[in-house]
Write a protein that binds this ligand. Structure first.
Ligand code: FES
Length: 566
């Protein structure tokens, strides 16, 4: 046993049938890496490193991890890094979501199997933080999240650019024939110019804010830009906090409680956060046996204003949010609606943090509760005959003129069908129609890709149409915008009614009534019923995925990963 009173390197010994031999061998091999016995007797802080050459958002991790190590050493611990899977959003085929659960299993098993008294989880790009939090929650080891931080914006011909809301805006202009190939090529080189996660309130930034709201990251660290010196100081402080966690043994299940989850949902709604965060938060909560219902989301949404004016719902970027006061500014405005008794990773309660946290706030970016950016929350859940277990609409980033209407369905049966036909000049479609995409859900695609942002058919976009009602069982990038109904559950490939829609059917959308109905009678639907067309199981991980992935209302986690610890 190490003399600091923690098991340290003696935690979870390799099974040789002789514990003393296992410890002697482990120490010997650890010393072969140059560690002194004094260093090995200190609390061991594992640092989960998700850097990769295929992850641009994490390219500053070597420097960040050096700062974490500095903090661990200063606090009397010994830092030991280890690699995990990295999920670089745009480098993965068919979609990073297919691999989120795989990364969560990697994190869970390596945090549990390796001898560490606490873990620092270093992540940022969309799926990495959910995967790390899911894994840490299941591993039951004290853990703290260090976030990558957002990218800085770039400039193009006097205009400010930030991935990736502006990526979509310019691509839409290019599709509409308003930009030349030379112009779009110039923009391509300026959309993402620094390390860090997307510069707007996309999924990565949303998850960063939620992580701080949950209490799993240090106060004030969610929005610090990736390349800012404060991010390095936050990394150092995270290392120090990890040593304190090693001593306090404060595990994620005592931080991520039902009250903390409700706080995080409030924050998601008031920052105009990504629809993806509902799925990820549901999965994280599910690991600890905490249910999240979409009815609860609706109740909170009606009672939580949008306070943050950031793209894609508003105008500003993450670096502005940081300069404006960041999460402290948001949480103080939300304080009357928050559960202040929640313990954070520092051991401090949320209420204590907010009592002493009264810094300046830029009201251009973070509005007051008295004068919000929008009066109600950014997301709303819809139910009805087309979505019996719910669907999600990001109303803060949609065109309210399309919220109460009935339309004719124009159906695409798959992603391939969509890409083959959407720009066909002969496509029978008008701006008043509802575009419907089938077989793009968790099982159908598979992996529930971010394909819900169906492109406006080119003949309409060239005529000036910028938004239409679009409905699918897919997800949408948190950086996207439009009147887009997502996560229709059950998905079409799992027998959901979405799979029975035919072109020409009528669909009624009412955001006010929270309804999404297919106006086709039951007898006709029974005639059409085919049980869905899930992708054919393959070998290996994809087979595991297809056999066990759950629907969006259960966070798309695997059935065998939910609930308590192993
Ligand atoms: Fe990594 Fe957007 S691509 S956060």
């Amino acid at each position: 046993m190490a003399d600091h009173g923690l098991p340290g390197l003696a935690r979870g010994l390799t099974n040789y049938g002789d514990r003393d031999f296992a410890l002697y061998l482990r120490r010997s091999f650890a010393r072969s890496m140059g560690y002194s016995t004094r260093a090995l007797a200190r609390p061991i802080v594992g640092i989960a490193d998700s850097a990769s050459g295929f992850n641009n958002c994490h390219r500053h991790f070597p420097e960040l991890i050096e700062a974490v190590k500095r903090g661990v050493l200063a606090a009397g611990g010994t830092p030991i890094t280890f690699p995990t899977i990295s999920l670089g959003e745009v480098f993965l085929d068919p979609t990073s979501m297919l691999y989120r659960n795989l990364m969560s299993m990697d994190v869970e098993e390596m945090v549990r199997a390796q001898p560490m008294d606490a873990a620092v989880l270093v992540g940022g790009c969309d799926k990495t933080v959910p995967a790390q939090l899911m894994g840490a929650a299941s591993a039951g080891v004290p853990a703290i999240q260090l976030l990558a931080g957002p990218m800085m914006t770039g400039r193009h011909e006097g205009e400010r650019l930030g991935a990736c809301t502006d990526c979509r805006r310019f691509w839409g202009q290019y599709r509409a024939g308003k930009l030349t190939p030379q112009q779009i090529d110039g923009i391509e080189g300026r959309l993402a110019t620094t390390a860090g996660t997307c510069a707007v309130m996309g999924t990565a930034s949303t998850m960063a804010c939620i992580t701080e709201a949950l209490g799993m990251a240090l106060p004030g660290t969610a929005a610090i830009p990736a390349v800012h010196a404060d991010r390095l100081r936050a990394a150092e402080a995270t290392g120090e906090a990890a040593v304190a966690l090693a001593h306090s043994r404060l595990t994620p299940d005592r931080i991520v409680t039902a009250h903390a989850i409700e706080n995080a949902l409030r924050v998601l709604l008031c920052i105009g956060g990504s629809t993806n965060a509902i799925v990820h938060l549901t999965a994280i909560a599910g690991r600890l046996g905490i249910p999240i219902s979409l009815e609860t989301v609706n109740r909170l949404s009606d009672d939580t204003p949008v306070l943050v004016d950031l793209k894609p719902s508003g105008q500003h970027y993450m670096e502005d949010f940081f300069a404006a006061g960041g999460m402290g500014g948001v949480l103080r405005e939300l304080k009357p609606k928050l559960h202040l008794d929640c313990v954070t990773v520092t051991g401090q309660k949320l209420g204590d943090r907010l009592n002493g946290d009264g810094a300046w706030v830029d009201r251009q970016v973070i509005r007051s509760a008295a004068e919000p950016f929008q009066p109600v929350g950014g997301l709303v859940a819809l139910f009805g005959s087309l979505a019996p277990r719910g669907a999600i609409l990001k109303r803060s980033a949609a065109d309210a003129r399309l919220f109460e209407r009935e339309g004719r369905a124009v159906v695409f049966t798959s992603l391939e069908d969509l890409s083959n036909r959407v720009d066909d000049p002969a496509l029978d479609v008008t701006a008043d129609d509802f575009l419907v995409l089938q077989n793009a859900g968790p099982k159908g695609a598979p992996g529930m890709p971010e394909a819900g942002y169906l492109p406006i058919p080119q003949k309409l976009s060239r005529a000036g149409v910028t938004d239409m009602v679009r409905i699918s069982d897919a997800r949408m990038s948190g950086t996207a915008y439009g009147t887009i109904v997502l996560h229709v559950t059950p998905e079409s490939a799992d027998g959901g009614p979405l799979g029975l829609v035919k072109s020409g059917d009528r669909i009624r959308l009412s955001v006010k009534a929270r309804k999404l109905d297919l106006l086709v009678d039951d007898a006709e639907l029974r005639r059409r019923a085919n049980g869905g067309q899930a992708a054919a199981p393959k070998r290996g991980y994809r087979r595991l995925y297809l056999d066990h992935v759950l629907q969006a209302d259960l966070g798309c986690d695997f059935d065998f990963l939910r609930g308590g610890q192993a």
